[in-house]
Design a protein around this ligand. Structure first.
Ligand SMILES: NC(=O)c1ccc[n+]([C@@H]2O[C@H](COP(=O)([O-])OP(=O)(O)OC[C@H]3O[C@@H](n4cnc5c(N)ncnc54)[C@H](O)[C@@H]3O)[C@@H](O)[C@H]2O)c1
Length: 402
């Protein structure tokens, strides 16, 4: 992760987090460990809980917990009670800054630990779904500190959601099923950055890709990119592989389960496990054959059709594969680390000693995207042109035309 490596070296000199405590709720993976080391190199005390018990790597958790300046509350497979207990133990640290992935830590902080809210300078949210929850909190006047939505960063949407998730979701499906994608009809629900990346990668493997959307602009974009767009009611009977990436719920529900073809495989890429209605699938089944392959459960329906649910309807790329490749997390975490440093008021020329407005969901400053892009290009050994003085003057002037 060369970009975080470069940031770690500069943070070690600048100490942007000197004396600050950061509470994190993130997927507990090796890449997250590199992020945590970047934050501690910058002077932070980091308290880390896992944002998904199924993606927790216990060996990484143990190794991180042994490092100075870090505590870890995580164990793979803990139940819901254990998950929230870990979040509360992390909040016991009385954080100055927070990093969240899905919004559960910020939510618990406001709902159950309101006495801590005033002490938090701000934080960063990694996912679209978490950011959407934050925006609802902000609209209701219930968000007590500024949160930066990393998902809106141009870098994150491009590298992480589109190219990273696009690839790793297909990777998860292939590992769980070893199916031949070429010639299959793949339905992708949602054409945001994630869905469009998944659709492109499925097409690259030779699938016929159908897209479902509720947003007319995104639907039009899918058509212009050469995908067929139709309602889920029309796509479901054709879907040999159905992938949800909407951030919404019950996108594949009882009505779709009733018409999906025999052998259809169902996978979810959205943050929460509510996009495929697993309860409806269970209710429709006369028999469930768990783990016919690792992370693939077969549901036998009364009419003899078999549907294959991957990763129990949870994020398929994290459960059945290894999530995003390290190179993707390198850029995403670099954006988040710089965003936190910006909130800490420590990156010269970006926020100075001013507080960011409380209770708002903020975009990642464009300068941070540019900084991460420049570092990534440097890590790739790629040089780009610079504007000449004459070009700069021309572009800045409104007097010069044709
Ligand atoms: N698996 C991963 O590694 C990973 C990575 C990043 C984001 N995510 C998650 O993936 C989901 C999508 O992320 P994104 O960045 O593309 O978000 P996005 O909000 O930009 O795009 C989601 C799209 O789904 C559409 N949509 C909503 N409800 C729908 C429905 N019922 N039917 C069809 N389309 C519908 C929306 O109109 C939107 O265009 C989110 O839950 C996000 O948290 C997962």
């Amino acid at each position: 992760m060369p970009v975080l490596g470069m940031l770690r070296a500069s943070f070690a000199g600048q100490q942007p987090f000197a004396g600050l405590t950061i509470a994190c709720c993130l997927h507990l993976t090796a890449e997250t460990a590199v992020l945590v080391r970047t934050l501690t190199a910058g002077g932070a005390l980091v308290h880390l809980a896992a944002s998904n018990p199924l993606s927790t790597q216990d060996d990484i958790a143990a190794a991180l917990a042994a490092e100075p300046g870090v505590t870890v509350q995580a164990r793979s497979g803990v139940d819901r009670g254990g998950y929230y207990e870990h979040i509360h133990r992390v909040l016991d640290s009385q954080p100055d800054l927070v990093m969240d992935d899905g919004g559960d830590l910020v939510n618990a902080l406001h709902e159950a630990r309101a006495e801590l809210v005033s002490g938090v300078r701000g934080g960063c949210e990694a996912t679209s779904t978490g950011a959407a929850r934050l925006r609802r909190m902000a609209a209701a006047g219930s968000l007590g500190f500024p949160m930066i939505a990393a998902e809106l960063s141009a870098i994150t949407r491009m590298i992480d959601h589109k190219y990273g998730t696009g690839q790793s979701v297909l990777d998860g499906i292939l590992r769980a099923t070893n199916t031949l994608v070429a010639g299959k009809t793949v339905v992708v629900a949602g054409f945001g950055p994630c869905g469009s990346g998944i659709a492109e990668r499925a097409r690259g493997l030779g699938a016929q890709v159908l897209v479902t959307e509720v947003n007319p602009v995104r639907a039009l974009d899918a058509i212009m990119q050469g995908f067929r767009v139709m309602p889920m009611s029309a796509a479901a009977p054709l879907g040999e592989i159905v992938i949800t990436a909407t951030g919404s719920r019950e996108v594949v529900g009882a009505a779709e389960i009733a018409v999906l073809p025999d052998g259809a495989m169902l996978a979810n890429a959205g943050h929460f496990d509510v996009e495929i209605d697993v309860a409806a699938l269970t209710a429709a089944a006369v028999e469930v054959h768990p783990a016919v392959r690792p992370h693939a459960d077969e549901y036998l329906l009364a009419d003899g059709r078999r549907l294959i649910l991957l990763a129990e309807g949870r994020v398929v790329n994290l459960v059945a594969a290894e999530g995003n490749p390290a190179a993707v997390m390198d850029t995403s975490f670099a954006v988040q680390a710089l965003a936190l440093a910006w909130l800490a008021g420590a990156v010269e020329g970006q926020i100075g000693d001013q507080d960011a407005p409380r209770g708002l969901v903020l975009d990642v400053p464009a300068s941070i995207d540019a900084q991460v892009a420049s570092l990534t290009l440097a890590s790739l050994g790629t040089r780009i042109d610079e504007l000449t003085d004459a070009q700069l003057r021309y572009l800045q002037s409104w007097r010069q035309g044709s």
